[in-house]
Design a protein around this ligand. Structure first.
Ligand code: NAD
Length: 336
């Protein structure tokens, strides 16, 4: 168990998973939290006044040393990333996140950090194993021989490797989770970095609110994925961080769906039926991907368990409230 009195760094705390992780840590009685992100605080998804909140560029080594000072546990959730539309068009930016993890590792080694968590991704898996929508779920060993997602996936695989060598060469205890598509409230749902569940919810809500009952789906919609609800994600992060297991572990749902079915589920929250069009030129990523949770069950006796239907409904309601609030605020400013 992590000592509740020790200082914890959450890097990327202004983001989706980092912000939800800070909330979970506070709920579990960890009150000595340093939350760091490059974004101005006004843009953080969740800002907890109970944490020490700092705006720092963690690509910079000096800033990493400031962030890690007096810290016992580091959770690195900071990366320049987004959904398929972002990572397929910003490969260099994705790879530059290597600076964040490398400098955090160096600072952690130099300042005596007790445990270091790195958020890796299912994008490390070899592309050749993901060409079919009817997938064989990916086991941890499927990341080698290496041919990961260009840009983003290579950065994650390299950074996993860097963690491993900091552990072997310098004795820094590391924990690594390979997240498979995380979704839920308090995350990006517009602007180009959003992932499929949030994008689908937003599009369905916009159709419902505008009365224009149409939706555009990227690709033919038959590509398959699994999606993990944020509560399972933060729970899994804590379990992995507190375990003795120091190799990469899948952290994802095993509930496989097509994107078309994802739209069916979101549509079901509205009672309306949408006309669908398919943009075959849009970024789609791999054809099929699922998580094999055999190893996490063996190691932790647990695996993500929240159904997509339940999690997507929470996400849909939250995005609905955000859009309704923004629209009301716009109307009020026009009226003034
Ligand atoms: P996010 O974009 O919401 O959060 C990442 C945060 O990192 C952002 O707030 C961003 O401002 C911050 N950041 C970027 N560059 C920084 C820098 N130089 N210094 C400090 N902060 C910086 O993303 P997320 O969904 O919360 O993802 C968290 C981690 O999990 C990332 O490493 C991501 O690659 C990984 N991951 C996420 C998913 C997913 O489905 N969300 C899947 C696989 C892996």
């Amino acid at each position: 168990m992590l000592n509740p009195h020790d200082k914890i760094l959450v890097a990327g705390a202004g983001g989706f998973i980092g912000g939800n992780l800070v909330a979970e840590l506070l709920k579990r009685g960890h009150h000595n939290i340093r939350a760091v992100d490059i974004k101005p605080k006004s843009e953080w998804f969740r800002l907890s006044s109970a944490a020490e909140n700092l705006v720092l560029d963690l690509g910079d080594l000096d800033n990493c040393q400031t962030a890690v000072k007096e810290v016992a546990y580091v959770f690195n959730l900071a990366a320049d990333m987004g959904g398929m539309g972002f990572i397929e068009n910003n490969k260099a930016a994705c790879m530059l996140s290597v600076r964040i993890n490398t400098h955090l590792l160096m600072a952690a080694r130099d300042l005596g950090v007790q445990r270091f968590f790195f958020s890796s991704s299912a994008c490390v898996y070899a592309a050749g194993k993901q060409i079919n929508p009817d997938v064989v779920a990916l086991r941890e060993d499927d990341s080698y021989p290496a041919m990961p997602e260009d840009g983003y996936g290579w950065e994650k695989l390299f950074s996993e490797r860097m963690c491993r060598h900091f552990s072997e060469d310098f004795g820094l205890p590391v924990r690594i989770a390979r997240f498979h598509n995380v979704y839920g409230p308090h995350g990006t749902f517009a602007g180009g970095r959003e992932k499929a569940p949030a994008a689908v919810c937003r599009k369905v809500i916009e159709a419902e609110m505008s009365g224009n009952y149409e939706i555009e789906i990227w690709g033919d919609g038959e590509q398959t994925r699994s999606f993990m609800y944020i509560d399972d994600c933060v729970n899994g992060i804590m379990r992995i961080m507190e375990s003795d297991y120091d190799q990469p572990l899948n952290l994802g749902s095993e509930q496989l769906v097509t994107i078309n079915h994802l739209v069916d589920i979101a549509e079901g929250f509205t009672g309306i039926k949408l006309r669908r069009s398919h943009d075959l030129s849009a970024p789609q990523g791999v054809r099929g991907r699922n998580s094999d949770n055999t190893r996490i069950r063996q190691v932790l006796g647990w695996a993500p368990e929240i159904s997509l239907e339940h999690g997507l409904e929470q996400t849909y309601r939250w995005i609905y409230d955000q859009i309704a609030y923004d629209q009301a605020a716009k109307r009020a400013s026009v009226a003034v």
